[in-house]
Design a protein around this ligand. Structure first.
Ligand SMILES: [Cu+2]
Length: 76
């Protein structure tokens, strides 16, 4: 089992958190999904994690993943 952390951009309320959690939970092999609204942190625990599947699920929910190194904050 591995845990990987992503950053989701665009979430504004608990409903956003629910949507992302639901979509990511539907990915094959995913055991646990933890989303933190304030930081946009998305923690996925699964047998194996395919970044592309997580990205697609987040986009399906209507949000976007921050690029690596991008903390999800608005550009200065
Ligand atoms: Cu919302």
């Amino acid at each position: 089992m591995v845990t990987k952390t992503f950053t989701v951009k665009g979430m504004t309320c608990q409903h956003c958190v629910m949507s992302v959690t639901e979509e990511v939970s539907e990915i094959d092999g995913v055991e646990k999904v933890d989303v933190d609204l304030a930081s946009g942190r998305l923690e996925v625990t699964a047998d194996r994690i395919d970044d592309g599947s997580v990205k697609a699920a987040v986009e399906e929910a209507g949000y976007a993943l921050a690029a690596p190194g991008d903390l999800g904050l608005n550009p200065a």
